[in-house]
Design a protein around this ligand. Structure first.
Ligand SMILES: [Zn+2]
Length: 108
């Protein structure tokens, strides 16, 4: 016999199908910064221009962290971050749809 809780469980397959395309996935942001290279006599560093560098900025355990991203990897990290935002939006929509189903079930 099915309980009320069984009946109102979310249907996992449609959601998983919806989010299956959101790979690769990452949560965070990309930042373009300028860093010193540390080479003695570097004109770019001496002038203050320094060198462009990409950072992946993310949170872990409530703390903001960052990791260097090689320039050639930045476009793919950007795509993964966009997928992460789409996944978060899909989770939010799924939660609201689930709440709607719970409320509808409770009203019966
Ligand atoms: Zn330099």
């Amino acid at each position: 016999m099915k309980t009320r809780a069984d009946k109102v469980k979310a249907q996992p397959a449609p959601f998983l199908e919806k989010v299956a395309g959101f790979m690769p996935v990452a949560r965070g942001s990309l930042a373009l910064v300028r860093k010193a290279c540390g080479k003695p006599g570097c004109r770019a560093c001496k002038s203050g221009r320094k060198h462009p560098a990409w950072l992946f900025v993310y949170r872990e355990g409530g703390k903001q962290k960052s990791r260097h991203v090689p320039a050639q990897c930045a476009p793919l990290m950007k795509l993964a971050i966009e997928n992460g935002r789409k996944l978060e939006q899909a989770i939010c929509a799924e939660g609201l749809a689930y709440l709607d189903s719970l409320v509808a079930e409770a009203a019966r």
